[in-house]
Design a protein around this ligand. Structure first.
Ligand SMILES: *Cc1c(COP(=O)(O)O)cnc(C)c1O
Length: 457
């Protein structure tokens, strides 16, 4: 029999619990400093977050239980696409002429085409449970907005999406997908909120930004009794919901008869697909003496883990979100307009940041043209056209495989394929027609933004 190309688990093999790495951080000597109130500077409590999030999610945010049961209603929706397949990249290995064994977990089979519904469905469920009627959120390119639109529809919630105006105008297909799932989408800044109106007064043609859209979505939730806010990355509970990914991979590698991985790779914007993929393996490193290298990959144009500082900073440009100790480029950092919109965030998940600071994970940054070169090599052998965000992981996996070609080692490399790029073909077009630029972020600009960090004791 020829060696397996993919492992598709059955419904019964889907994880029944999420894995909470907070339970194992003390054993690793990693401390997670508390989030602070943006105005008072005091540690925030559940009551500070209650206007924004349902209590079940607030409790998950601070939980130290190792495993949290996935409610049956959420499992039932997950089963529409989970477990997702794990592939062995036989054809790509051959094209790269590498002795390495490359595996990839394909999260693009979800309804909206990425890992994001894993948390969107959970968040919509807990809001519904607590009587919430409507969710507000922001979206850049639209991956998060489309995941939440789907999840809200499943549980009968209304969904209002503030979409950064440039994307709303330049990328209509994600907007149409959100509307197909029943959401209301407005370009941000919008006339629907005070934050949006005041910006439109100063600049009627404002292109918008993720920071402005967050301010609008938060204001929407705070002003309305029936509405709460939803965030698609960065927070502990979001990474928690994503851990179904890594747990499935562990089972699938076993079915493959694969060696325990030498290297794990995922891209990082706010850290959610990375955390969900890697945390179940990191537990094995921390508790069971395994020594897998775990690599986070970010754009050179938005290099929070590789060039940011580990310090308290605001989660958003408007300084409304809590201050979090994380790797940050400064809350007023404005990344270059790279095509991987989902990786253009100034900060990073507190958990991922603390693990990096403690040396339990590594980080590398890669240029935009290099990621598309890798993505095209992957598409032409494995067939899947990956999202520009995911292409960062593809590039790093390719570099590991090429290093194996040099050294002759046959390492086991596993990467997370966080989503497909079917709505990102304009970016491929720009690369293929030679119009894509690389951006280095100038050190002075980083220093300038870092000078505005809040002063915390
Ligand atoms: C949003 C997104 C990312 C980046 O977000 P993380 O929270 O860092 O995972 C990566 N890949 C895809 C396909 C995305 O949609």
């Amino acid at each position: 029999m020829s060696p397996l190309t993919k492992v598709i688990l059955s419904d019964q093999d889907m994880p029944t619990h999420w894995y909470n790495i907070n339970a194992d951080l003390p054993a690793a000597g990693v401390e997670l400093p508390p989030p602070l109130h943006p105005v008072t500077g005091n540690p925030i409590g559940p009551e500070d977050l209650a206007p924004l999030f349902p209590m079940a999610l607030i409790l998950q945010e601070v939980s130290t239980d190792r495993y949290i049961e996935i409610p049956e209603e959420i499992q039932d929706v997950y089963r529409l696409w989970r477990p997702t397949p794990l592939f062995r990249a036989h054809r790509w290995e051959k094209a790269l002429d590498t002795p390495a064994k490359i595996y990839y977990k394909y999260e693009g089979t979800s309804p909206s085409g990425s890992h994001k519904p894993n948390t969107a469905v959970a968040q919509a469920y807990y809001n519904k449970q607590e009587g919430v009627k409507r969710l507000s959120t922001e979206t850049g390119a639209g991956q998060w907005g489309s995941a939440l639109s789907f999840a809200c529809q499943v549980f009968g919630l209304e969904c209002k999406v503030y979409m950064v105006r440039v994307s709303y105008e330049q990328k209509p297909y994600r907007r149409i997908l959100m509307e197909t799932y029943g959401a209301t989408v407005v370009p941000s800044p919008s006339p629907d909120t005070n934050a949006g109106r005041s910006i439109l007064e100063q600049d009627p043609d404002s292109p918008g930004s993720l920071g402005i859209a967050i301010s609008e979505a938060v204001e929407d939730a705070v002003m309305r009794e029936d509405t709460k806010y939803s965030l698609g990355s960065v927070l502990n509970h979001v990474l928690l919901h994503q851990t179904v990914i890594g747990q499935e991979v562990i089972k699938q590698l076993e079915v493959f008869g694969a060696d325990w991985p030498d290297v794990l790779i995922a891209c990082t914007g706010g850290g959610s697909n990375f955390g969900g993929f890697a945390f179940p393996f990191l537990r094995e490193n921390i508790v069971n003496g395994k020594s897998t290298r775990v690599v986070a990959v970010e754009p050179t144009a938005s290099p929070s883990l590789t060039r940011g500082v580990y310090a308290y900073d605001y989660g958003d440009t408007a300084k409304m979100a809590p201050m979090v100790k994380m790797h940050t480029l400064g809350h007023d950092f404005v990344p270059a307009p790279i095509h991987a919109g989902g990786l253009r965030y100034h900060g990073m998940s507190a958990q991922v940041s603390a693990l990096k600071e403690a040396g339990l994970i590594e980080a590398v940054s890669v240029h935009q043209r290099a990621i598309f070169e890798a993505a095209i090599s992957f598409a032409r052998t494995e067939g899947i056209v990956v999202a520009p965000e995911t292409a960062h992981a593809v590039r790093a996996a390719m570099d590991e495989a090429l290093a194996c070609r040099e050294s002759g080692e046959s390492k086991t490399i596993v990467f997370n394929l966080s989503g497909h790029g079917h709505f990102d073909l304009a970016a491929y077009d720009a690369y293929l027609s030679g119009q894509l630029e690389d951006y280095e972020y100038p050190e002075e600009r980083i220093q300038e933004s870092l000078a505005h960090l809040p002063k915390v004791g």
